[in-house]
Design a protein around this ligand. Structure first.
Ligand code: NA7
Length: 543
């Protein structure tokens, strides 16, 4: 059914859905091109995932000085980060500062969750409607809905019967949550669980961690950011940003294979990087994500660290990842995660040995064992990459539903557009490398590409751009082939949709260096948008 706009529905050049890092940058960029823009945002303020993820310990695993916008020199010089890895409140303050500094809020409709977006072929416009019935039309629709923004509660029998407090890390309450004197269960040991567990353990009377898959985690070695170090980094900001546009996040990269050095040298290098902290360790050698034997060396190094830190051998064994290569699920960065299991008030339940039977009103049954709980924290992740996009009823040409088109997995061209949906752009969506790199670098690239594309269409008197099926098919094959050359498909990860029962198993991100991807996108644009069907304006159509 096509949406029938009331004549009063206002028209914009661009409507953007989402006011996180992506939506704000899109708004600022489109506005500086002289375009009229409206942003719809479900929350009551800016921030996206950093607005919602307020769980204890929430922190970015990319260093603060890199996890920020690069588009404005003054902004990056004036903002002062206090820690090597910024915690959620500080990142949210930064986003709020950006919104204030560029006066962005005036074009954002908060508390406005978009329900439907339909393309009108006769008007060559998108018609957008929110849950509360607010309607508007636009020429270009930009989905800045986030790759990890659709929280998922686990499908465990009896969840609804639990009478205690229940939380999801990705939808944490704004008021402070106090676990003092409480018996708390945490389900999930991905990045969110691994960050929250040490914090909750310090407060709760008892903490039970329900682990389905043991994950690799490396110490953050977080520390206050020394003003001198910050000054030195900022003095070279342009160089670092230029490098980030090639590599995503700047680490100490190596041009050596893990196989070409001696065991002793390799261990020394892993130890040096472990002591330094962060995901830098994954870049110790250039083949760790491509060669299983090389990957085994770093995986075994981290396993040995777990055995060294965790005193109880059975707990250490359960915490040791054995079923996937390191890095094929996102490597977690922690502050005292493994050490937490040496505390007397913390217990690990290994769901690989015995799965959860059911949740009852006062606790969780696991086989023969009953765990009495006052609160349950679900750190169970997201319907990643496609969840937030498909939560909106998006309808393209001929009323084609995006949900239906992607029923067997997402299909995009360049990760930016999908055939049958003219002038619909996706930021950091499936088919792009964004979630595999510093996502802000991915966002900035997409916003620049979209802005350049819109500018080009307008200069050439074109009205619509749409990916062709052929180009899309070739891109999907290209993305699959890139993943097959790596170890990524060896893990049941959210990259593959494996965390959602019934979701098609398709490797969604594009495993390429962002610099390579950037050049692919640029060459296509420079050649006049090869693989896109471009149509001229209709008579009398001004925008
Ligand atoms: P993740 O990384 O998807 O982790 C979710 C965790 O929850 C993971 O350990 C899952 O185990 C576990 N899980 C999910 N469903 C269940 C059920 N039903 N029972 C038990 N355990 C379950 O989400 P995060 O929020 O930690 O991190 C998401 C991203 O945000 C992260 O990559 C960073 O980029 C920031 P599984 O591994 O599926 O067996």
């Amino acid at each position: 059914m096509q949406f029938e706009p009331r004549s009063a529905a206002p028209h914009f050049d661009v409507i953007t859905i989402g006011a996180g890092f992506a939506g704000l940058h899109m708004l600022h960029t489109a506005r500086s091109m002289g375009l009229s823009v409206r942003v719809y945002e479900a929350a009551d303020d800016v921030g996206g995932v950093w607005y919602w993820n307020r769980y204890p310990g929430a922190r970015c695993d990319v260093e603060s000085l890199q996890y920020s916008y690069s588009f404005d020199n003054d902004l990056e010089q004036e903002w002062v980060w206090t820690e090597r890895y910024a915690a959620q409140p500080e990142i949210l303050r930064y986003i709020e500062h950006v919104a204030h500094r560029f006066d962005l809020r005036r074009d954002i409709c908060f508390r406005s969750r978009v329900k439907q977006a339909s393309y009108s072929e006769s008007r060559q416009r998108w018609e957008v409607e929110t849950e509360s019935g607010d309607r508007a039309t636009c020429r270009y629709l930009v989905m800045a809905t986030g790759a990890l923004s659709m929280p998922r509660l686990p499908d465990i029998p009896g969840m609804e019967s639990f009478e205690g407090r229940i939380y999801h890390t990705g939808a944490w309450p704004h008021e402070s949550v106090d676990f003092t004197g409480s018996r708390v269960g945490v389900i999930g040991t991905g990045s969110s669980g691994i960050q929250a567990i040490p914090q909750i353990a310090r407060q709760a009377e008892r903490l039970v961690v329900f682990q389905r898959t043991a994950n690799y985690s490396v110490p953050a070695k977080n520390a206050p950011l020394e003003p001198e170090a910050e000054r030195a980094f900022k003095a070279k900001y342009r160089e670092y940003r230029a490098l980030a546009r090639e590599v995503g996040t700047v680490y100490e990269f190596s041009d050596k294979s893990a196989r070409e050095v001696s065991d002793a040298d390799r261990l020394r290098e892993y130890e040096r990087r472990w002591q330094r902290g962060g995901v830098n360790i994954v870049h110790a050698y250039n083949d760790l994500m491509r060669d299983k034997a090389s990957n085994d060396t770093i995986a075994e190094f981290v396993r040995s660290k777990i055995r060294e830190i965790v005193k109880d051998p059975e707990t250490a064994d359960s915490l040791t990842p054995k079923d996937h290569p390191l890095g094929t699920k996102r490597v977690c960065v922690d502050i005292g995660y493994y050490e937490t299991f040496n505390r007397d008030n913390v217990a690990l339940v290994d769901l690989k040995k015995t799965p959860i039977t059911h949740v009852g009103p006062t606790g969780v049954q696991v086989g023969e064992s009953w765990h009495e709980l006052d609160a349950l924290v679900c750190a169970t992740g997201y319907d990643a990459l496609t969840g937030a996009l498909l939560a909106i009823d998006v309808r393209g040409r001929g009323g084609l539903q995006l949900r239906r088109k992607w029923a067997d997995g997402p299909r995009t061209y360049l990760g930016l557009m999908t055939a049958g949906f003219p002038n619909l752009f996706v930021i950091t969506g499936p088919g792009s490398p964004s979630v595999l790199v510093n996502v802000i670098v991915g966002i900035e690239h997409h916003v620049e590409w979209i802005a350049e594309c819109i500018g080009w269409l307008r200069r050439h008197g074109h009205t619509t751009i749409e990916a062709t099926r052929d180009a899309e098919d070739r891109w999907v094959q290209h993305v699959n082939a890139a993943a097959e050359r790596t170890l990524y498909p060896m893990a049941n990860s959210w990259f593959l949709g494996a965390n959602i029962p019934g979701k098609p198993r398709v490797f969604m991100p594009y495993v390429a260096k962002i610099g390579v991807y950037r050049r692919e996108c640029q060459e296509i644009a420079d050649a006049g948008y090869v693989g896109f069907d471009i149509r001229p304006a209709q008579p009398g159509d001004s925008r």
